[in-house]
Design a protein around this ligand. Structure first.
Ligand SMILES: Cc1cc2nc3c(=O)[nH]c(=O)nc-3n(C[C@H](O)[C@H](O)[C@H](O)COP(=O)(O)OP(=O)(O)OC[C@H]3O[C@@H](n4cnc5c(N)ncnc54)[C@H](O)[C@@H]3O)c2cc1C
Length: 411
């Protein structure tokens, strides 16, 4: 008997794979809630960003703030190419968006949920919902798995695919792993947006910059260039989410209180911005600063920056003094915002932390601490940036774990 704990993408992939590899071995999939694959259903804004069209494992691993090094070998065995083929074999075609993200052709996450459910049913996976595991104990012949309803199951091998912190609560995967001898790296959020209360941003909700440079003040290498979105609560967008992922530990250690420096014109440095503004005082002297923007910025953002620099609405370019111009330059090129907290984006958030990767053999996803225990998905200290990378690590680790546990025999 093989038991998989957690009806998310990693657990599903492992359970299906184990049954397909060893059809003679029963596989029970235990899910504590009434519904399986809940995150898949809401993922990618209801479209499910299944994977990313990045087929070189060396490049793919650079998208993982934690786990990249360990995933390199596994991606050679089961990477995006195999994910695409896996779904195609089961009748689901994936399409690629211009930025490389891959979605089901239907643009509906239901397609993926149904595909996984049907594949599990066809493979003969014994799904039990409303089944919360409270304890796993190792015995001579394998494991005893206790459920909160006082039932007990026995298994030769167990897979823990209980997800990250949001899937926690009583009998969290971390507690189950710790009881079997694993250490747990404290969980902190990754892929969050920045809470900022600043007069500059107050009326700018909805303004989207296709490219801005954003940097965490006082932290080496924590900077990103890319789309930035102003929201009702602060800053969001792919560049902010990426920064939150790479800086997850540092930002949590600072209690999510830090300063960011934004260059709204990332192709120019502050001197070049100032040169551009100075040229404007000569070429468009009669025009008003607030209504004539020489830079590639949305009108609302430009006007907010002009106001923040203390420049009156009716000031003409010719009358803009050096001090005011330099203030404007720094608002455009080095705009400082105080961040006071994080907000999880409804699009995607994941956990940084979990079971340390050195305690797992990435050829099999078997525990190095407890023979017969396997681990897959977000319960591990693996997380990727947005773009389909988090599901890809679930498919990869789930597939490897399912392959290995199918052949595992307790001595
Ligand atoms: C809103 C949102 C959107 C997202 N969109 C995307 C996306 O488009 N692309 C992408 O790559 N990633 C996305 N992600 C991230 C992705 O959903 C997760 O990384 C992924 O679901 C992790 O899969 P998992 O199988 O490890 O865990 P989970 O999906 O969390 O599943 C774990 C399951 O285990 C169950 N469980 C926990 N403890 C027990 C227990 N003791 N007994 C029994 N069952 C238990 C839980 O109820 C849960 O169903 C998104 C995340 C969120 C929150």
């Amino acid at each position: 008997m093989l038991i998989v704990i957690g009806g998310g993408p990693a657990g599903y992939f492992a359970a299906i794979r184990a049954r397909e590899e060893a059809p003679e071995r029963p596989v029970i999939l235990l899910e504590k809630s009434a519904h399986v694959l809940r995150k898949v259903a809401v993922s990618g804004g209801g479209r499910c960003n299944v994977t990313h069209a990045c087929f070189d494992p060396r490049e793919l691993v650079t998208r993982y703030p934690r786990g990249g090094r360990e995933l390199r070998g596994p991606f050679h065995n089961f990477g995006p190419e195999q994910t695409i083929a896996w779904f195609a074999d089961r009748g689901v075609t994936l399409k690629t968006e211009p930025d490389g993200r891959m979605f089901p052709e239907s643009d509906r996450s239901r397609t993926i949920v149904n595909c996984l459910r049907q594949a599990a049913e066809k493979a003969g996976v014994d799904l039990r919902t409303g089944a919360t595991v409270s304890l796993i104990t190792q015995t001579d012949g394998g494991f005893v798995v206790d459920l909160t309803d006082s039932t007990t199951l026995q298994a030769e091998a167990v897979l823990l695919a209980t997800g990250g912190q949001t899937s926690g609560g009583s009998g969290s995967g971390y507690d189950l792993a710790a009881a079997l001898g694993h250490t747990i790296i404290p969980a902190v959020p990754s892929l969050f947006t920045f809470r900022i209360s600043d007069p500059v941003l107050r009326d700018l909700a909805g303004v989207a910059m296709p490219r801005a440079h954003i940097k965490i003040v006082g932290a080496k290498k924590l900077e990103e260039t890319g789309p930035v979105l102003v929201t009702h609560w602060g800053l969001s967008g792919p560049a902010v989410l990426r920064l939150s992922a790479w800086g997850a530990r540092h930002l949590a250690a600072n209690d999510f209180t830090f300063e960011v420096l934004v260059n709204w014109c990332p192709e120019m440095n502050p001197q070049e911005i100032d040169d551009c503004l100075q040229a404007e005082t000569r070429s468009h002297g009669k025009q008003q600063v607030s209504s004539h923007c020489p830079l590639d910025l949305p009108k609302r953002l430009w006007q907010a920056l002009v106001q923040a620099a203390g420049i009156a609405d009716d000031t003409r370019w010719a009358d803009l003094g050096k001090k005011a111009r330099q203030k404007l330059t720094s608002r455009v090129g080095q705009c400082v915002f105080q961040v006071n907290g994080q907000a999880t984006n409804k699009e995607e958030f994941v956990t940084c932390g979990g079971v340390p990767l050195k305690e797992v053999d990435f050829k099999t996803m078997g525990s190095r601490v407890c023979a017969g225990l396997f681990l897959a998905g977000e319960v591990l200290d693996i997380d990727g940036i947005t773009g389909g990378y988090n599901f890809q690590s679930c498919w990869t680790t789930g597939w490897l774990a399912g392959s290995a546990m199918a052949h595992y025999r307790a001595d």
